[in-house]
Design a protein around this ligand. Structure first.
Ligand SMILES: *Cc1c(COP(=O)(O)O)cnc(C)c1O
Length: 423
């Protein structure tokens, strides 16, 4: 039996309707921006394996740091204990995060980072004896698949089976060009009519919605409205963090600071599942009390896993090298050139770029659903041509590892151009 056959006997894949989906491709090796399947076929990983892998597959520098940590202290419980890798991660992050971020809380994935932020927003007001239970989120947001994260997510595909079972979430429009005022007005209106605890958003780029982009000035204005009404702001940088937008964090473009930040995905360079939620001193202080009931009773068994922390430290070291920063700029310049070339194509609605993120919307005769027929056609074409891209409906996006070569990038662009001709 091949790996794929054994897989179909035992495994249940994410976001997959097993009755109608194709069999998965068995990948046996990865190096740099490349992956190889069990038959030796080569693929360019143009989406950094779901946005986690900026420094290339099987990165030696991170692997060495992880090996060293595994043979020194692989894990120790974080309740009642601490260790150097966790302290170093905290020191490093506090140094590079927006200035008001002072406390670091570890968990395991993007959804739990969001779950922690939402619970903290709700308990912050509980601890202050204020009744505030509504969370504000954007339309078409994606914040993860655990319950509170899912409640905040607006993509119906992911949440329709659970409607009516969620915490109270009210949605406002994304302030894309031309919609800014509608978004500001909606936020003001929601705050006036609900007891709002927090506002969660993907800063500047909504990833899972299809790399929908909006301007830093608009986000600054939304944060100002929240601050004036003491609504806590949560920047979900799970996708945007660690260089994707061209700066270390998307919030680095914004003149206002959020109360909390969620980090995961590229945090460990795509090696070990880990997440972090960061907080202001003011938030921490609302839980700091003689009364044990005011503590944050949230934790995960592998909280602050030292091996994960070692991967974080190595990843941040890599991100901060002159070479990696130059790579980010190189890819951005290359995307902008491709955007110019393609945005006037008769089959293209629009194209956009921020940092290493590029997206193009392709014209379609029918309303394209998230996993619709155009998406399947495009996906299959890319795979046949040895390029890993996962279109969202009629939107094709690239989010490459920063180490992707110019030659590999050109092959990705060429394959996208051919795909546009094909559909
Ligand atoms: C991927 C993602 C999440 C969820 O992260 P998981 O690790 O998949 O749980 C949350 N927020 C954003 C913005 C994401 O892109």
């Amino acid at each position: 039996m091949t790996l794929t056959e054994k897989d179909s006997q035992y495994l249940w894949h994410p976001y997959t309707q097993h009755k109608t989906s194709q069999t998965p491709i068995a990948i046996s090796r990865g190096e740099g921006a490349l992956l190889w399947d069990e038959n030796g076929k080569e693929y360019i990983d143009a989406i950094a394996s779901w946005w986690v892998n900026p420094f290339g597959h099987s990165n030696k520098f991170i692997a060495d740091a992880v090996y060293k940590q595994l043979t020194t202290l692989e894990h120790v419980l974080f309740g009642g204990f601490t260790h150097e890798p966790a302290v170093k991660v905290a020191e490093k992050l506090i140094e590079i995060l927006p200035k008001n971020q002072q406390k670091i809380f570890f968990s395991d994935n993007g959804s739990t980072a969001v779950e922690v932020a939402i619970k903290v927003a709700l308990q912050y007001f509980f601890n202050k004896n204020e009744k505030r239970t509504t969370i504000i989120a954007f339309e078409n947001a994606f914040h993860g698949d655990t319950f509170a994260a899912m409640a905040a997510s607006g993509i119906s595909f992911y949440t329709q089976a659970f409607q009516g079972m969620f915490i109270d979430v009210v949605r406002i429009p994304v302030p894309v060009k031309g919609q800014e005022q509608a978004s500001f007005d909606a936020l003001t209106n929601v705050i006036q009519n609900h007891n709002c605890a927090g506002f969660i958003f993907e800063p500047l780029v909504q990833g899972a919605a299809g790399m929908v982009m909006y301007e830093p000035e608009a986000l600054a204005k939304l944060i100002q409205i929240c601050a004036a009404n003491k609504v806590l702001t949560i920047a979900d940088e799970v996708m945007t963090g660690f260089g994707k937008t061209g700066k270390t964090f998307a919030m680095d473009y914004v003149s206002e600071v959020p109360d909390m930040i969620c980090l995961s995905k590229a945090l460990t360079g795509g090696t070990i599942p880990m997440a972090i939620t960061t907080f202001t001193q003011d938030i921490f202080d609302a839980f700091y009390d003689d009364d044990i009931n005011k503590a944050l009773f949230h934790g995960h068994t592998f909280t602050a896993n030292p091996t994960g922390c070692a991967a974080v430290l190595a990843s941040i070291d890599l991100l901060q090298t002159v070479e990696m920063q130059a790579n980010i700029e190189r890819i951005n310049a290359s995307h902008l050139e491709f955007q110019k070339k393609i945005e006037n194509h008769s089959k293209v609605i629009t194209a956009r770029t921020l940092g290493v993120i590029f997206a193009v919307e392709i014209k379609s005769d029918s309303e394209e659903s998230y996993y619709g027929s155009m998406r399947t056609k495009l996906y299959n074409f890319f795979i046949e041509n040895g390029v890993v891209l996962r279109p969202v409906g009629n939107i094709v996006y690239i989010l490459p590892p920063y180490i992707m070569t110019n030659e590999q990038l050109q092959k990705v662009y060429k394959t996208i151009e051919e795909a546009i001709e094909m559909v």
